[in-house]
Design a protein around this ligand. Sequence first.
Ligand SMILES: C[S@@+](CC[C@H](N)C(=O)[O-])C[C@H]1O[C@@H](n2cnc3c(N)ncnc32)[C@H](O)[C@@H]1O
Length: 586
Amino acid sequence: MNPTQTKITRLINWYSTLSNQPVNPPRTSEKPQKPYGQPSRSHLYPQKPYGKPPKESKNPSRSPVKPSNDKHKYAKLLKHFQKTKRRNDIADPTHPSSITTLEIKEFITKYGQKHNLNITLGDITNSYDLIGKFLPRLRTDDIILENITIRYLTADGHGIAIVPKATYAAPYVVDPEELLGKFTIFLVPKTVVGDKVNILIKMHHEYYAEGALMEVTNSDSRQSRRNNGLVVCQHFDKCNGCQLQMLSYEDQLRHKQSIIKKAYRFFYPDITKHVGEEFGTVMGSPLQYTYRTKLTPHFSFGSGVFTGLGFESVSNQGRIDVKQCPIATPEINDKITEMRDKFLGQSKSTLPYTQLTLRQSTRINNDTGSTTQVALEGQYKVITEKVNDFVFQFDGNCFFQNNNAILPSVLDYITYHTKLSGKLIDNLVDAYCGVGFFGIALSNAVPETTKIFGIELSKTSIKYANHNVKINYLDQERIKFIQGDAASMFRNEEFMTSGILGKNSVVIIDPSRKGSNEMFLKQLLEFEPELIVYISCNVFTQARDLATFAKLQKEGGQKYRVRDIMGFDFFPQTKHVESVAIIEKV
Ligand SMILES: C[S@@+](CC[C@H](N)C(=O)[O-])C[C@H]1O[C@@H](n2cnc3c(N)ncnc32)[C@H](O)[C@@H]1O
């Protein structure tokens, strides 16, 4: 045994004593691995988690590695891989990568307490040597770790496993002994707590590494919440769209409640003083599949012709061809088939764009009032949707909620809270109003004299919001939607001259994922409405904003209390959850 091998053996022995578990030595793949999934469908899947055949080690002798001088190169490369089109504000504590770091910290603390270990971020940090070795184009080995346990599920729907670095990293560092007491956190998509999995080791980041799921080895065991029999979609293993199909719907709702509680634990722990320890119950969607009224699949192409239509793959290695998407409505699925048949094999020049916008639309027969459902393709088609007794029209590229079936329950919940205090509502303010959905849909839940005022950044949406007032035969003197930044709403001339005062007002806030901001919240506090309803598709920014709102009240004394927080499952089978907070004046 050479000195390096001796060190590796010592490290493995150290881990065996530490965990009291047998250690499966890591395996370098020699033959293509079977991906996990339901055996009956295995013929549908390619043989690898992503297309490339396994690479042979170029370094069989595993000579000790030289220290890397490439820190800057790796740091730059990592930055490149972390950047996505919309999410480049990585200093933001609510950025998804910052949330992942918070989740990892929470996990190692809990795991450390359970196993009597003090694991710090330093103990799980990946060295630049290790990061460099596993960068996509520099990785020389396909290393598979077997039977590792998933112990935590992130808000992104990735399972977390913790593995002593000694079990696989010794050949990639200068001094294997430096791995003593060090761990790697693996994030493994499409896994759930209790799964035992075989993973292919992929890219390393500062505090975690990516693991591609090869196989779940305890699918039928009681330790895991998984039930592969529930998976409906043939593309589930590969597609990035859904994360939770293998969980029962009750487990999905429980997981989503845990995301709401986690978001407040991270950004506004004092929430429990308002709503107690148990909050954020998630109401299920009446439809758990076939609910999605909008899809935006992309065409893939090769040699100048269209070769597929679908979504990003879970491994971020291009797109997968999706023939049917079971969470979308039947009409949208028919449209996918139609568009695929029309364009596949055609030259790329036949279409001026590579992304399709498909939306569900309702056709109303004006003579009989009967309706039929259709799917329309294109960003500028006029879409019609009906919610309760109201009709909404908008361009294909305007924002509109994507799960029509759950919207009546959300409206009922808001109505219940607006009526709870028994006070008359004189004004309803709809901030971030889109095409006027909440303002219009709640117009019959408040007295006929209640003024409704909405603001929205998008010009097109505002055009449709005012159009929707007309087509629902609502009084245009009573309901007004204006274009502008919500942050300047309270100083807007039209708003100031509208006579709307905070007293007896309800303010609805429904911002996009990045949430609201201090400027808006400050003015909201000065406006002093009776009730605030904060609807959010990103509970982390919602929790941050409510913490800011509480902080703003520190000086002048507490004016508001959070009455309730409830989740709504707008997107079954996926990681997403909508959170609605009710904030009342004390
Ligand atoms: C989640 S959507 C909600 C829309 C609407 N409430 C609904 O339910 O259909 C958020 C809306 O906020 C708008 N928005 C984003 N930033 C804004 C800002 N600073 N001021 C006003 N509106 C904004 C977006 O254009 C989008 O229509």
